[in-house]
Design a protein around this ligand. Structure first.
Ligand code: IMP
Ligand code: MG
Length: 183
């Protein structure tokens, strides 16, 4: 049988599909409890978060408005540019609502910090952050994160929505690429 391109290019699996799914269910249950009775708007930060967001929302059992937003901070590489701009904005008015920003990964923290500040200006009742992955050692600016599924070491990871040069988002697990892929 022909080898899947991801199996060929991944050096090491950091988090398996089973581990991801178990944790997603746990956090979705917590969110359902924490926001019961609230007017919840969950915002998916495209594109890295699309797969995580779908799985998370499917496991949330309270009403939720699913919104999408695209920002740019990274090009094709692995370096943060430091400024965040909105490429696509949410379509709903979040004034007086409980906002949950859902992101794939927090690295330097620059993107999420700027995004939270921007959305706070629209006067939501509350604004919290949920991230799939946290590269704790890489933080350059403090950000309050309410839900973190996994803390990971400082390595460039792909899969479950995360890309390298737009590839590997469809890999079902979270893994580290072989060094020769970057070279
Ligand atoms: P930062 O927290 O502003 O540095 O940027 C976080 C963004 O960088 C995430 O939304 C990802 O798009 C991207 N990013 C950071 N680390 C990785 C990684 O290991 N793999 C894939 N994308 C990453
Ligand atoms: Mg992203």
């Amino acid at each position: 049988m022909e080898q899947n391109y991801t199996e060929r290019d991944i050096r090491e699996i950091l988090i398996t599909e089973e581990e991801i799914q178990a944790k997603v269910k746990e956090v979705a249950a917590q969110i359902s409890k924490d926001y019961a009775g609230k007017d919840l708007v969950a915002i998916c930060i495209l594109r890295g978060c699309c797969i995580f967001f779908s799985d998370l929302m499917r496991n949330v059992t309270i009403p939720v408005d699913m919104e999408f937003m695209a920002t740019s901070s990274y090009g094709n590489g692995a370096q943060s540019t430091g400024n965040v701009s909105i490429l696509y904005d949410i379509q709903t008015d979040i004034k007086g609502k409980s906002v949950l920003i859902v992101e794939d990964i927090i690295d330097t923290g620059i993107t999420l910090r700027q995004l939270k500040k921007l959305l706070s200006g629209r006067e939501p009742e509350s604004i919290d952050i949920c991230v799939l992955l946290d590269k704790v050692d890489r933080r350059v600016t403090p950000v309050d994160v309410k839900y973190t599924l996994f803390k990971i070491p400082n390595e460039f990871v792909v899969g479950y929505g995360l890309d390298y040069a737009e590839k590997y988002r469809n890999y079902r697990q979270i893994g580290v690429l072989k060094p020769e892929i970057y070279e």
